[in-house]
Design a protein around this ligand. Structure first.
Ligand SMILES: [Mg+2]
Length: 210
């Protein structure tokens, strides 16, 4: 198994999530978001440095709205440049730190509760690389566990047919701008919502929140 990765450390390292700006307990809804073309502008040859980050208009407000409406927010992003050796996981971590900073500058509720990436090249056939659903499977298990036990010390993440007792994803959503995102949504069993990469999440937020 080639598992998804967090920005640093182990996948099962502790995760302390910011309280939701929402009255009542989290009811299990997750907004799974692709990154490029959803939150920030994507480019054919990747977002390679902090300087290349361009947050899409109203993406921060949209993420704030999701959390104010009771969704936890998880980013699931294919980042094969890591596996291809073009740049390091540390570089990716610095890009994610800056994306988080820019989102919170615009909307104080626009926390990304979790970011998972797949560092693998396509020919590695990882279950964690979209269109496979491994990142979504891991996100659900990490966030559900972190909700009650942020240490994640008892978490063993299960994938594919090994994960039997799955919670319903019927009130959750996955937003992406590409076919691979929609295929991963289908494989995982969550409603996939496709956005235009020039508009990103703000173009579909009304259809999510109703
Ligand atoms: Mg994308």
């Amino acid at each position: 198994m080639l598992p998804p990765q967090r920005d640093s450390g182990k996948l099962e390292r502790p995760l302390v999530m910011h309280p939701l700006p929402y009255e009542g307990e989290w009811d299990g809804r997750i907004a799974y978001l692709d990154r490029d073309g959803v939150i920030n502008r994507g480019f054919e040859d990747y977002v390679n440095t902090v300087d290349e980050i361009e947050i899409l208009p109203l993406a921060a407000t949209s993420i704030g709205e999701l959390r104010r409406s009771g969704f936890r927010v998880c980013v699931v992003t294919n980042q094969s440049p890591v596996g291809r050796g073009l740049w390091t996981r540390d570089n990716l971590a610095s890009i994610h730190t800056e994306i988080r900073r820019l989102l919170l500058l615009e909307d104080k509720d626009a926390h990304l509760d979790l970011i998972l990436h797949s560092p693998y090249a396509p020919w590695e056939n990882s279950w964690a690389r979209k269109p496979n659903p491994g990142m979504l499977e891991a996100s659900r298990q990490i966030m559900e566990t972190a909700h009650s036990d942020p240490s994640l010390s008892d978490l063993t993440i299960l994938y594919g047919p090994d994960w039997k007792d799955r919670p319903s994803e019927q009130d959750s959503v996955m937003v992406g701008d590409r076919d691979v995102d929609m295929r991963a949504s289908d494989a995982f069993g969550v409603t996939g919502i496709r956005c235009n990469p020039d508009d990103g999440i703000s173009g579909v937020i009304d259809s999510i929140l109703g």
